[in-house]
Design a protein around this ligand. Structure first.
Ligand SMILES: Nc1ncnc2c1ncn2[C@@H]1O[C@H](COP(=O)(O)OP(=O)(O)OP(=O)(O)O)[C@@H](O)[C@H]1O
Ligand SMILES: [Mg+2]
Length: 205
């Protein structure tokens, strides 16, 4: 079980008595806008600390795991993707740099661009990318890190349905190939139905 939540309370936003998020399954969090989905993701990688109750990662309370170490294993893409550097390549390498891993080879970089279906050159300026292209760049960046868990906050919200399907299919396959667990917050029934092996509805406290 990667995550178990017990008697969790966070501000007046979330109250979750019990939640088990399973290993080796792609999980989707769904729920209305404002329900607390993004907040829950931030609790899972310790950007927020619960007011009450506990979150366990593989049996260990998050309280006992150093935040920086945790975030190398449990990597989040925020709802509004950030840029990390001037070029596509710098952005892709940044996650590895942050987790003190060796840089990716050119071949790995090209392969990851293909997985996330971003038809750009490594030297292209990332500032010029559209919102949907930035989302795919973020997906590529985290994929290179091969983390234990991916927390993806509406990673395809700016993509058309066909691109969304193609990108998520390849992304989930790539994550599974290294035993990475994927948790996706989504408003897309399309994504939840196709990739949600476990669908968890988040409701406001
Ligand atoms: N740091 C914070 N302090 C206080 N309230 C917050 C904070 N962050 C979010 N909220 C509130 O908590 C509620 C849940 O926000 P959250 O961003 O988790 O919702 P969400 O389910 O991700 O919504 P959406 O689908 O629109 O992204 C909202 O009412 C929001 O205004
Ligand atoms: Mg949100």
């Amino acid at each position: 079980m990667p995550f178990t939540l017990r008697n969790l309370v966070y501000k007046d936003i979330l109250k979750i008595d019990r939640m088990d998020i399973h290993e080796n399954k792609t999980s989707c969090f769904i729920g209305e806008s404002g329900a607390g989905k993004s907040t829950l993701l931030k609790l899972l990688n310790k950007m927020y600390i619960p007011d009450e109750g506990n979150i366990y990662y593989k049996g260990t309370s998050l309280e006992e795991i150093e935040a920086v170490k945790l975030r190398r294993k449990i990597v989040m893409i925020p709802q509004n993707p950030l840029l990390f550097g001037e070029t596509v390549e710098e952005n892709l390498q940044k996650g590895l740099l942050f987790s003190e891993k060796p840089p990716a080879s050119r071949w790995d970089l090209e392969r990851v661009l293909e997985i996330v279906q971003l038809g750009k050159n490594l030297q292209d300026q990332s500032e010029k990318l559209s919102g949907g292209e930035r989302q795919r760049l973020s997906l590529g960046r985290v994929l290179l890190m091969k983390p234990e868990v991916y927390l993806l906050d509406e990673p395809t919200s700016a993509l058309d349905e066909e691109t969304e399907s193609n990108v998520m299919k390849k992304f989930v396959e790539a994550a599974k190939s290294h035993d990475g667990k994927v948790i996706i917050v989504t408003h897309s029934m399309n994504v939840a139905e196709q990739y949600g092996e476990e669908v968890i509805r988040i409701t406001k406290r």
